[in-house]
Write a protein that binds this ligand. Structure first.
Ligand code: ATP
Length: 360
């Protein structure tokens, strides 16, 4: 089910101060996509999700789910939450501790007044789907965090919603379990014909889970794209910075020739991949740490920088090295078995295709 949001605005007034939580959001979420709202704390992700669900009343704009307008100020439409055909999974799971797994999952069907036989069949099916069959009689509190999360998912799915919404559902899990549950969730969702909207401030979660990511800032959508597009070819400096570790350097475009763009920046003259942002004269050079090729000694050449290693952190999979090139400190990631010595002179080769220019 496609979701179309136009001109959505929401203010909060708190302690005499007005906060613009959503500032005219326009957004189309394609049917059957896993669509993530990603952004720093306070950018309006949860407010947007709550407006879609109907837990928050916008000030202006329109929300459509499929062909139905569920909220429109102009048209005076406000469909109640329970009639919007949505399922929701929260950070806290919101499962009831005094009920067993079966009763937790059955709850949405019980309040709808389905027959016992219908409830039994549907709950059994959905518990099988989330691989909790056999645990129906287990008290909900006697489950692991990952299993509780699956109960919450089962309860959201049992009523066969048109859209399922997740608000930071993995943030209470420890790192290892979060990764496992994220993979599981991706597998479950890809087996269903359902549109999923997922709120997180965790970029790795967003990259790994999503078909599309909308990066938000201060009540706006800054950029929307597939994970690889956002990571490798962000259009905005804010997005390039938020989605991954990046060296971001102010630059001036000098020329376009031979399918490349030549820029000047604090690192010198650099040959970059062509970019539509290179039409502006002031741009930002984005260098991902994993694409800095660190070589021993001082070497000449185009797109080769000479610098000195200031620090090395061994973080398991890789080394993270800070390398000073003139006034600029660059972060580089190198293979964990690379021998690097603090204080030594090194060269850094930059492949033009990995020199990304983004809007300043
Ligand atoms: P987080 O990741 O921290 O949950 P978020 O991106 O989901 O943040 P929102 O919770 O939507 O952001 O909040 C957007 C803005 O609105 C913030 O400035 C927040 O302080 C403010 N806000 C949210 N809810 C309320 C409220 N009930 N009353 C007053 N201000 C609010």
């Amino acid at each position: 089910m496609e979701i179309r949001i136009t001109g959505l605005t929401k203010h909060y007034v708190s302690e005499g101060r007005t906060v613009k939580a959503l500032d005219g959001v326009d957004l189309t979420i394609p049917a059957n996509h896993i669509f993530t709202l990603l952004g720093p704390s306070g950018c309006g992700k949860t407010t947007l999700l709550r407006c879609i669900v109907g837990l928050e009343t916008p000030d202006d704009g329109e929300i459509r789910i499929g062909d139905d307008i569920v909220w429109s100020r102009q048209k005076g439409i406000a469909v109640p939450t329970e009639q919007r055909g949505l399922g929701m999974v929260f950070q806290t799971y919101a499962i009831w501790p005094h009920m067993n797994v079966f009763d937790n999952v059955a709850y949405p069907l019980t309040v709808r007044g389905l027959s016992r036989a219908q409830i039994n069949a549907k709950v059994a099916e959905v518990l099988r789907f989330v691989q909790l069959d056999g645990l129906g009689h287990r008290p909900a509190t006697r489950l692991s965090g990952g299993q509780q999360q699956r109960v919450a998912l089962a309860r959201a799915l049992v009523a066969e919603p048109r859209v399922i919404l997740f608000d930071e559902p993995l943030s209470n899990l420890d790192a290892k379990l979060r990764e496992e549950t994220r993979k599981e969730l991706r597998r479950f969702l890809s087996q269903l014909d359902i549109t999923a909207i997922y709120v997180t401030h965790d970029r790795v979660e967003a990259l790994a889970l999503s078909d599309s990511i909308a990066v938000m800032r201060a009540g706006h959508i800054v950029e929307i794209g597939a994970p690889r597009k956002i990571y490798f070819a962000a259009e905005h400096r804010f997005v390039a910075d938020f989605i991954g570790r990046a060296n971001l350097i102010d630059a001036t475009v000098r020329s376009h020739a031979d399918g490349a763009t030549q820029i000047d920046c604090a690192l010198g003259s650099i040959r970059c991949a062509p970019s539509e942002h290179a039409q502006a004269s002031q741009v930002t050079l984005c260098l991902r740490p994993e694409f800095l090729q660190v070589l021993g000694g001082t070497l000449p050449g185009t797109n080769v920088l000479n610098g000195q290693i200031e620090s090395i952190d061994f973080v398991g999979e890789v080394n993270e090295a800070e390398i000073r090139v003139g006034e600029t400190l660059l972060l580089a990631r190198t293979a964990a078995d690379t021998e690097l010595v603090v204080g030594s002179q090194v060269s850094i080769a930059l492949a033009p295709e990995h020199c990304l220019l983004v809007a300043a």
